[in-house]
Design a protein around this ligand. Structure first.
Ligand SMILES: C[S@@+](CC[C@H](N)C(=O)[O-])C[C@H]1O[C@@H](n2cnc3c(N)ncnc32)[C@H](O)[C@@H]1O
Length: 251
């Protein structure tokens, strides 16, 4: 069938556009340039975090500083500052920026603090904590995630973060006690070794509850006399705290 005038113009247009489209796809997704990413972070802090009443200026500054787009898989980089969790592979996620800010504010991290994180994932929460703490110790049960987070954090210059692959249930007794502990996967019950490794005066932030259902984000404060005060902060949905064994350390 012959093309009409309009149809042939359309065909020419499609032919002109198509190679560009194919080339763009072939080149694949890319990370936003640093200046564009900084502007995206500024909007994220203003509209998702400060707007939801996160007030600690040190937390807001840390959220402005950490290049989240450099810690997610490349295909997710342009979505890094959206108001949602993202897949990081291996069936795991990087939490929504607001939840990272909320957990960080609840942990009340001071510059000399030693902080334990269970669930390194992408390394993003560890980087935010590293902006505020003396040293961050982070454990990840999925070994490839532990390795890539350790490498990315090193490349970004976070010399005050140690990552190891393993089951975080037993904590990291060699570096205990900790001023703050953040757990980014949901156990059914708070692991007893983590409570033991919290300093008197220390804070633990942990989602507790059933797998793949609504859990309760808890702030657990160990008093100077060793007693525990627990506050329910908000309903949340985190990936489950798993217990499968993992072999070698990431660094
Ligand atoms: C919500 S994701 C990670 C979020 C991460 N903090 C970030 O900033 O990307 C929770 C992580 O906890 C890990 N995890 C689950 N159970 C664990 C366990 N027993 N010990 C250590 N890591 C665990 C998962 O593999 C997953 O990577």
């Amino acid at each position: 069938m012959a093309c009409s005038g309009n149809a042939s113009r359309l065909a020419a247009l499609v032919a002109a556009i198509l190679p560009w489209t194919v080339m763009a796809d072939a080149a694949g997704p890319s990370r936003p340039p640093d200046a564009e990413a900084a502007a995206m972070r500024e909007r994220m802090v203003e509209m998702q975090i400060a707007a939801r009443k996160i007030k600690d200026p040190r937390v807001l500054e840390a959220m402005r500083s950490v290049p989240r787009h450099r810690l997610v898989p490349e295909q997710a980089a342009r979505h890094a500052y959206e108001d949602r969790p993202l897949s990081i592979g291996h069936g795991q996620t990087i939490s929504q920026p607001y939840i990272v800010a909320l957990m960080t504010e609840l942990a009340r991290v001071e510059p000399a603090d030693r902080v334990l994180e269970i669930g390194t994932g992408s390394g993003y929460q560890a980087a935010v904590l590293a902006e505020l703490a003396g040293h961050v110790y982070s454990i990840e049960i999925v070994e490839p995630l532990a390795r890539s987070a350790a490498a990315d954090l090193r490349d970004l210059g976070y010399g005050n973060v140690s990552v190891r692959a393993g089951d975080g249930y037993a904590g990291w007794p060699e570096y205990a006690p900790f001023d703050a502990i953040i757990v980014t996967a949901a156990p059914h019950k708070v692991p007893a070794p983590l409570l033991e490794q919290l300093k008197p005066g220390g804070r633990m932030v942990v989602p507790v509850g059933p797998s793949w259902a609504t859990q309760q984000l808890k702030l657990i404060e160990k008093q100077d006399d060793g007693s525990i005060r627990t506050t329910n902060v908000a309903p949340v949905r985190f990936v489950p705290f798993t217990r499968k064994p993992v072999a070698s350390p990431a660094d």
